[in-house]
Design a protein around this ligand. Structure first.
Ligand SMILES: O=C(O)CCC(=O)C(=O)O
Ligand SMILES: [Fe+2]
Length: 316
C-alpha cells in the first residue's frame, strides 16, 4: 500500500470555494509531511498518455547509432538524447541504469528566451514523436500551473505569485527508459537516491513498483499511484524558496527482483522550472525565530548550473 496521500485537481478547479480550500489544505499538508502526493483530475487524456508511451517505446527501440546521433554536445543533455549510464545522482560515481530524452520549452513570444534555450531536437525516424511530446509538455505545464497556484495560496502568497516566473519557464519533459537488467548490477541502481532540482515534478508512470520515497523516519516506502494519477513532488528549488517548509524528499528507483529483470521500466517526469532570473531567496513569511534562514540567496539559473555540474552532465 502506498503511504503517499491522494488529491484531486478537479476540487481546485471547481467553482466551490470549500472544495478549492480542501485541495489547498490536502496538498499543503502532504507537501509539508512527505513531499509527495498522487494527483488525479489533471489535464492528460488517456489517449495522449497512450500515444506518448507508444512513441517513446519506438524511440528507445531505435538502433544505438541512430539514438546516439541525437546526443547534442555542449548543452549538458538539456535537449535530445542522453545515453545509458551517463547521468549519476549527486555524490555518486556509478551511472544510473537509464537512458532518456529531453523535450524543452516551446517559446513563442519572447525572442530573448528563444535564444537562451537550446532548440528542441526533431526525431526524423518517427513522424509523430515531436508533436506528441509537445502536447504532453503543454498539458503537464498547465497542470503544474494550477498546482503552484494552490501552493501559493497555502503559503499565503497571491494565488498568481508563480505565474510570471513559470511563463516560458525552463521546464523539461523527460521520458526515461530503464532497460532490462542482464547481469548483476554491482552498485548501480535504476535511479540512485536524489532530490529533484526544480520547483515541482509531475511524474507519469508511477503505477508499478520501483519508485520509493524516504519518509521522516528514514524508511523507504513504495510510492505507487493509480494509473490515472500523476505522482507529484517538491523539488529543491521550492524547498529553498520556502526555507524547507515544503519538503523536497529524497527518492530512488530500485532494481526489480531477479524474476522481473527482463522487463523495461518507462517513466516520464516533467520537471517544472521557472525562468532563470527567478530569485530562490527564502520567502520572508517562511523565516522566523523558530525557522532561521537556511539558504543563501541564489537565482534559479545559477542553482541549475551548479546542480548540472554535480550530476556529471556539464563540466566545470
Ligand atoms: O522513474 C521514476 O519513477 C522516477 C525518476 C526520477 O525520480 C527522476 O528522473 O528524477
Ligand atoms: Fe526524481
Amino acid at each position: 500500500m502506498s503511504l503517499v496521500p491522494s488529491v484531486d485537481l478537479s476540487d481546485f478547479l471547481s467553482e466551490d470555494p470549500r472544495r478549492k480550500q480542501k485541495f489547498i489544505n490536502e496538498i499543503g499538508k502532504a507537501f509539508e509531511e512527505i513531499g509527495f502526493v498522487a494527483l488525479g483530475g489533471h489535464f492528460l487524456s488517456d489517449q495522449l498518455v497512450d500515444s506518448l508511451y507508444a512513441e517513446i517505446k519506438e524511440f528507445f527501440n531505435l538502433p544505438e547509432d541512430i539514438k546516439d546521433g541525437y546526443q547534442i554536445e555542449g548543452i549538458g543533455g538539456q535537449r535530445g538524447y542522453t545515453s545509458f549510464g551517463k547521468e549519476h545522482a549527486k555524490g555518486r560515481k556509478e551511472g544510473d541504469l537509464k537512458e532518456f530524452w529531453h523535450f524543452g520549452q516551446y517559446v513563442e513570444d519572447n525572442d530573448a528566451l528563444e535564444k537562451e534555450y537550446p532548440a528542441n531536437v526533431i526525431v526524423k525516424e518517427l513522424p509523430k514523436f515531436n508533436a506528441v511530446g509537445k502536447e504532453t509538455y503543454k498539458m503537464l505545464e498547465k497542470t503544474a500551473k494550477y498546482v503552484l497556484r494552490a501552493l501559493a495560496l497555502h503559503l499565503k502568497l497571491d494565488e498568481f505569485y508563480f505565474d510570471d516566473f513559470i511563463k516560458n519557464g525552463n521546464s523539461i519533459l523527460r521520458p526515461i527508459h530503464y532497460p532490462p537488467i542482464t547481469s548483476e548490477p554491482k552498485n548501480a541502481v535504476r535511479a540512485a537516491a536524489h532530490g529533484d532540482i526544480n520547483l515541482i515534478t509531475l511524474l507519469m508512470g508511477a503505477h508499478g513498483k520501483g519508485l520509493q520515497v524516504k519518509n521522516h523516519e528514514g524508511e523507504w516506502v513504495d510510492a505507487i499511484a493509480r494509473p490515472d494519477q500523476l505522482m507529484i513532488n517538491v523539488g529543491d528549488m521550492l524547498s529553498r524558496l520556502t526555507n524547507n517548509k515544503l519538503l523536497s524528499t529524497i527518492h530512488q528507483v530500485v532494481n526489480p527482483p531477479r524474476e522481473l529483470w527482463g522487463t523495461s521500466r518507462y517513466s516520464v517526469p516533467f520537471f517544472m522550472h521557472p525562468v532563470s532570473e527567478m530569485p530562490l531567496n527564502c520567502l520572508d513569511n517562511c523565516i522566523d525565530e523558530e525557522h532561521p534562514k537556511l539558504y543563501t540567496d541564489i537565482t534559479a539559473g545559477e542553482f541549475l548550473h551548479e546542480r548540472l555540474i554535480e550530476l556529471g552532465l556539464i563540466k566545470k
